[in-house]
Design a protein around this ligand. Structure first.
Ligand code: NAD
Ligand code: IPM
Ligand code: MN
Length: 354
């Protein structure tokens, strides 16, 4: 029986609550598909910071290294500075394990009402591939004259030809694999960002030339935001920089109903290191502890993890059960217009597994 060693970092806020349901579903699907999970929980995050002055121990990366995958809730605490907490846990893991692809599907599922008028199920069916290790998140920069009236912050975006080509190549391969519109849209802002994003555009042209079967389009990010709302049907695979991919995937989440449905994987396609699966949303302090967070994004991220681990049938089962709960419409959290509690949604998905 295949056994998977998964490290679990629930993190902060609703991360704790939604991962509970994700583990519930993963254990249930494992029993039905003859696989086993060994979950190792790491108590890292903001509570760890309050006690130890850091989000995770100094040797955390070495600790994570041997696991098959990482299952993460969310990080972020209203009493701590986000640039400290996120640069103390989430971002260093993405970088250390070269998880250069962030894969985020946005699909309008049956039973979900889009805030966009007249959209039918699957009218919106796209995957955003976000560059995940460099670009605007490169962590290159510094302060000068901090605490003086003339304080300065310099933030450098880093676009390497290698970094652009590899994530863009992943996007083209995915378009082929999906066999839907056979289309890739590249999103930049190279009319204003005339160096790094020009390297991105050049990489996009070079990779596109190797995929004559795939149609392409390049959009500036402002226009792309407009098209996500005006005619999202036109998108199949969308590939963009770290920051643009971040912003577009919250937009992609809400046009398909809720960020509570938006799954995400931080992937090392070469499988040298563990990949990390987490919902797209954050720790949601406004609803944390109330038991009303939608766990489906975390559950569907668990499904993505199963697929990455080579357990396609189990992944399909998680997806099918989650969609059945959504389509039935009886056990939904308030973000989807229901009255159910987080744990009831997890239970409903387990029941729908059959
Ligand atoms: P957020 O995603 O946490 O919340 C945005 C809004 O969406 C809130 O109104 C929240 O209640 C709602 N929401 C989010 N997830 C939901 C769910 N599963 N069910 C129902 N409603 C949900 O974004 P934010 O408020 O900008 O950030 C809060 C904290 O989380 C910040 O500290 C931020 O830095 C952090 N953050 C972390 C991650 C991560 O760990 N990957 C991602 C995004 C934000
Ligand atoms: C996400 C989050 C993170 C990001 C933040 C918390 C640093 O918004 O995973 O989408 O921007 O990558
Ligand atoms: Mn985000």
């Amino acid at each position: 029986m295949p056994t998977f060693d998964i490290v679990v970092i629930r993190g902060d806020g609703i991360g704790v609550e939604v991962i509970e349901e994700g583990i519930k579903v993963l254990n249930a699907v494992a029993r039905r598909h003859d696989i086993a999970f060994k979950f190792s929980e790491m108590p890292w995050g903001s509570d760890h910071y309050f006690k130890n002055g850091r989000m995770m121990p100094a040797d955390a990366i070495a600790t994570l290294r041997p696991f098959h995958a990482i299952y993460l809730g969310a990080v972020g605490h209203p009493k701590l500075q986000d640039h400290v907490t996120l640069n103390g846990l989430l971002l260093p893991i993405r970088r250390a394990f070269d998880q250069y692809v962030c894969e985020r599907p946005s699909v309008l599922y049956p039973g979900v009402t889009s805030p966009l008028r007249d959209k039918k199920p699957y009218d919106i069916d796209m995957v955003v591939i976000r560059e995940n290790t460099e670009g605007e998140y490169a962590n290159v920069g510094g302060f000068q004259y901090l605490d003086f009236p003339q304080e300065i912050g310099v933030q450098t975006a880093v676009f390497t030809r290698h970094g652009c080509e590899r994530v863009i190549t992943y996007a083209f391969e995915l378009a082929r694999k999906r066999r839907k519109k056979l289309h890739v849209t590249s999103v930049t802002k190279s009319n204003a960002q005339g160096y790094g994003m020009v390297v991105w555009d050049r990489a996009f042209q070079a990779v596109a030339a190797r995929y004559p079967d795939i149609k392409t389009r390049s959009l500036l990010v402002d226009a792309a935001c407009m098209e996500f709302v005006r005619r999202p049907e036109m998108f199949d695979v969308v590939v963009g920089s770290n920051l643009f991919g971040d912003i577009l995937t919250d937009l992609g989440a809400i046009i398909t109903g809720s960020i509570g449905l938006a799954a995400s994987g931080n992937i090392d396609p070469e499988r040298r290191f563990p990949s990390m699966f987490e919902p797209t949303h954050g720790s949601a302090p406004d609803i944390a502890g109330k038991g009303i967070a939608n766990p489906l994004a975390a559950i569907l991220s668990g499904g993505m993890m199963l697929r990455h681990l080579g357990e396609g049938k189990a992944a399909d089962a998680v997806e099918k059960a989650s969609l059945a709960v959504v389509a039935e419409g009886k056990t939904l959290t308030p973000d989807l217009g229901g009255k159910a509690r987080t744990s009831q949604v997890g239970d409903a998905v387990v029941a729908a597994l059959g």
